[in-house]
Design a protein around this ligand. Structure first.
Ligand SMILES: [Ca+2]
Length: 231
């Protein structure tokens, strides 16, 4: 019988990924700190960092909690069998319970989407989506544009996967780690966009234009917004 350690106390000292500090400091993975002491059956997965361990849980519909034990590079996931159990008490061990991020899954033939309500830069958002097994959302038709917009509140900006960072005004979809790029066509730009304001707007977001139009805008890649992943 393995046991789960509370990993929260170690988080402030972990700085291996941007995702981590942003995610945990701001409750970004939707981690709910539980102070219940538990002892559970769970098998060890060898991983060398906490973020990968957490993402394993987040990408698994049945996982409700994860624990990373740094001293042994051990990742422990807790699944449905235990999520709703009243947890055993044990003076030495604690569990951190993770809520899955707000997720909207639309089976659109081959695509599945999640909207992630975390403030990340475009590159961090792309990394998050890749870790989830996908990429920032891409849009290739009017129908798909509406579908993706329907995942948003049509007020706050959200990142999607286009950029012209490689070549100004040559907008492409970034297909994640495969680096396969497709020219963006058709486009759904908002009024007077893309304007490359400050000669530094190279990443694609949806944003609200004067409370009338929720459409594409080129924005500074280092800005932080919620985002939509697809896979
Ligand atoms: Ca712009």
């Amino acid at each position: 019988m393995n046991k789960l350690l509370l990993f929260f106390f170690g988080l402030q000292t972990l700085s291996f990924l941007v995702l981590c500090s942003a995610e945990f400091a701001g409750n970004i993975y939707g981690i709910e700190q539980k102070t219940k002491f538990v002892t559970l059956n769970t098998s060890k997965i060898s991983e060398n960092n906490l973020v990968v361990c957490v993402l394993r849980c987040l990408s698994n519909e049945k996982c409700c909690a994860a624990n990373y034990v740094e001293s042994e590079d051990g990742c422990y996931l807790v699944d449905d069998d235990y999520c709703n159990d009243s947890l055993e008490s044990d003076d030495d061990w604690k569990l951190v319970r993770i809520k899955l991020p707000q997720k909207t899954t639309i089976k659109n033939t081959t695509k599945e989407y999640i909207k992630v309500n975390e403030w990340l830069t475009w590159n961090e958002a792309q990394d998050y989506c890749v870790a989830w097994g996908g990429r920032l959302a891409t849009v290739s038709s009017s129908d798909e544009n509406e579908l993706v917009k329907n995942l948003t509140d049509r007020l706050l900006p959200v990142w999607i996967g286009g950029s012209d960072v490689v070549s100004e005004d040559n907008w492409t979809w970034n297909e994640g780690t495969n680096a396969e790029k497709h020219n963006i066509q058709p486009t759904f730009w908002g009024p007077n966009q893309p304007d490359n304001l400050g000669s530094d707007q190279h990443c694609l977001r949806y944003t609200n234009f004067q409370h009338t139009t929720y459409a594409w805008d080129d924005m500074y890649c280092w800005s932080t917004y919620y985002f939509i992943c697809e896979k």
